[in-house]
Design a protein around this ligand. Structure first.
Ligand code: ADP
Ligand code: MG
Length: 318
């Protein structure tokens, strides 16, 4: 090892992301010491990215630093939480200083943009594996959950669906526009949007495994079903072209990795939802409705059912 573990930690992890006054003790001691704001609840989530499973071998380390934090912040966004702290458990095959510097650059830029401080972690040797835990706050009792959807709720999504799936399906194809590739490599956690939806949305989830699969989690947790109107799904022109050329709706319906939010909103809050839709730079689009009968139906405007070839990505499925 070129650098001692102590120097490595000092150089790469001691001053990463924002610098927050609620961090009484950050990287360097046995534990971090943090002060919690009064009246808030702590919201915590962890996600692991494994080389060869969640990202390709030899992925660009700066993009990886961004993405591994972004997918975690997306979970905080889906709860309507304000992000604060992160811990990072890194397993590295070797100490490659250029790789670490680029990884930390991507991580730190996104962290600083959302006022997140890296407060600790662990560094071990082995196959490349990135585990990040994030911590945020919500006003007590106000977290957006999966189990709050009610009959008659309107279903909305932020941003656009299917770009990340298209980039994944066409890996290595130079014809994929850079903006589409970035939707896979550099997802944008919808934190501001998630917080704006607190008090308005009945239920929320972030779309990591595909719309059908993730909306399915809301439906299961809430004991309801849903109908989606496929022509209403917000998609970029390249995704639209793909759908029409292949008569295949799977990109916006079941490809994952977009990290948009799927939300249900009661119909009496329609005017408020429309105001937010006009405010959100990424957009907020109504795509369907919560119903009593279980399962998710996908319909075209003329009432035809859309058949799906693949559901969302699942680990451990055969
Ligand atoms: P210990 O042996 O007491 O668990 P470590 O030597 O693992 O401590 O870590 C020393 C300090 O460096 C701790 O504050 C730990 O949180 C921090 N640290 C280690 N690895 C990382 C990392 N990858 N990112 C952020 N902080 C780290
Ligand atoms: Mg210790």
């Amino acid at each position: 090892m070129a650098l001692s573990e102590f120097r490595l930690i000092q150089r790469f992890f001691a001053h990463t992301g924002a610098s927050r006054t609620d961090v009484k003790l950050g990287v360097g001691d046995d534990c971090a010491v943090l002060s919690l704001p009064a009246g808030k609840e702590l919201v915590v989530s962890i996600d692991t990215l494994v080389e060869g499973v969640h990202f390709f071998e030899n992925s660009d380390p700066e993009r990886l630093g961004h993405k591994s934090l972004a997918v975690n912040l997306s979970d905080l966004a889906a709860m309507g939480a304000e992000p604060a702290w992160a811990t990072l458990a890194l397993t590295l095959p070797a100490v490659d200083e250029d790789w670490l510097e680029a990884f930390c650059r991507g991580f730190s830029r996104l962290a600083a943009a959302h006022n997140v401080q890296l407060i600790g972690g662990d560094t071990t040797s082995g196959p490349l594996n990135i585990s990040i835990q994030v911590h945020g706050f919500v006003t007590a009792g106000a977290a957006l959950r999966r189990d709050g959807a009610q009959l008659g709720d309107l279903i909305y999504v932020t941003g656009r669906l299917g770009d990340a799936g298209l980039a994944l399906r066409t890996v290595g194809n130079v014809a994929v526009p850079a903006a589409v590739q970035s939707r896979l490599d550099l997802p944008t956690p919808r934190l501001q949007e998630g917080r704006a939806l607190v008090g308005l949305a009945h239920a929320a989830i972030d779309i990591s495994d595909g719309l059908i699969s993730d909306l399915g989690h809301i439906c299961d947790a809430s004991g309801v079903g849903a109908t989606l109107y496929v022509e209403k799904l917000p998609c970029s022109q390249v995704v639209r072209d793909y759908i029409h050329a292949n008569n295949d709706w799977s990109l916006p319906l079941s490809a994952g990795d977009d990290y948009e939010l799927c939300i249900t909103i009661p119909p009496e809050k329609l005017a408020e939802a429309e105001r937010l839709a006009a405010d959100f730079e990424c957009g907020l689009t109504p795509i369907g409705r919560i119903e009593a009968s279980a399962g998710i139906r996908c319909l075209t405007a003329d009432g035809q059912a859309v058949q799906l070839s693949a559901s969302g990505y699942e680990h451990f499925s055969s």
